[in-house]
Ligand binder design. Structure first.
Ligand SMILES: NC(=O)c1ccc[n+]([C@@H]2O[C@H](COP(=O)([O-])OP(=O)(O)OC[C@H]3O[C@@H](n4cnc5c(N)ncnc54)[C@H](OP(=O)(O)O)[C@@H]3O)[C@@H](O)[C@H]2O)c1
Length: 271
């Protein structure tokens, strides 16, 4: 019996922290093509005004999952125009003509942190250049008929040591003290759970235009660090509670989300 061809999914930014988890989950039901500057099935600087449309023309994807970003807060402050090119202009160019088959991955940081927990249709109020370029990206993609999936703080076992829990584990392994904010609240999620949800969301073109994929619990960075140590039997003596005073970081961007994921403790055990 002949097998039905699988839908083609294009994933941008697969070489980042979330990318490998997303590609692994999507590969179960899609033929995945990847693109980033440093390699993949295709290599392209998507900030280049012609690149996004050229990649779509070459791949002819049924669906696009847009992960590519300049997600470094300090870099975006230094050069907001460059950040806007990759975080807002490039995804809106790629979204053109794809409608709801294009999903733009965004961040809880588009909110100002004064009215948590946030529902998908709540007003945004970005505080930093990063958040502002992501909010701009959301608007432009929605104007093209695309969809937005907002993610919270991510963690997960990562060889390059990226993510909220790797930072804690690496500092403890080096025997260095680590300050963790007691007044910055998020709804963190493991990259694997976020990726499963994104893979399920991608083909649901008739669903809501904006979706929140927050984790199951509202916790501060400090609480997350303590829970991680408890789950893995690590000493907590090097963790130091600290107050965040940074005006660019919202204090509470917990997300209201409606989807099934693992308990926070189970996710932390896997990181
Ligand atoms: N990490 C988090 O906690 C978090 C939380 C909420 C939302 N998000 C969102 O989730 C997405 C993935 O985040 P992440 O942490 O995986 O980001 P990341 O580790 O910084 O990875 C960014 C990816 O974008 C690619 N990229 C950057 N500039 C590019 C360009 N000009 N052309 C083509 N590709 C480019 C990078 O690859 P090359 O350098 O090889 O080009 C890399 O693959 C982002 O959209 C981010 O805003 C992340």
């Amino acid at each position: 019996m002949r097998r039905m061809p699988r839908p083609r999914a294009l994933v941008t930014g697969h070489t980042g922290f979330l990318g490998p988890f997303a590609v692994a989950e999507l590969s179960a039901s899609f033929d995945v093509t990847t693109v980033a500057r440093s390699g993949g099935d295709l290599q392209a600087d998507l900030s280049d005004p012609t690149a996004a449309t050229a990649v779509v023309a070459a791949v002819q994807p049924d669906f696009v999952l847009w992960l590519a970003a300049n997600a470094r807060i300090a870099d975006c402050e230094r050069d907001a125009d460059a950040a806007r090119r990759i975080n807002a202009e490039a995804p809106s160019r790629m979204a053109r003509g794809l409608g709801p088959r294009f999903v733009y991955v965004s961040t809880d940081l588009v909110f100002d942190g004064r009215a948590a927990p946030y529902a998908p249709l709540d007003a945004t109020g970005p505080l930093s250049a990063y958040a502002s370029t992501k909010a701009d990206g959301e608007e432009r993609v929605l104007a093209e008929g695309g969809r937005v999936a907002r993610l919270p703080l991510l963690f997960g076992a990562d060889r390059a040591g990226r993510g909220a829990t790797a930072m804690v584990r690496n500092a403890l392994a080096r025997g260095e003290p680590l300050s963790l904010f007691t007044n910055e609240y998020r709804t963190p999620i493991h990259c694997r759970d976020a990726s499963r949800a994104l893979a399920a969301l991608l083909p649901q073109t008739g669903g809501p235009r904006i979706v929140h994929l927050g984790g199951p619990e509202r916790v501060s960075r400090w609480e997350l660090g303590q829970m991680l140590c408890l789950v893995h039997g690590l000493p907590t003596g090097l963790l130091r509670p600290a107050e965040c005073q940074d005006p660019l970081r919202p204090r509470d961007v917990s997300l209201r989300s409606e989807f099934a994921c693992r308990e926070l403790g189970e996710m932390l055990a896997d990181s």
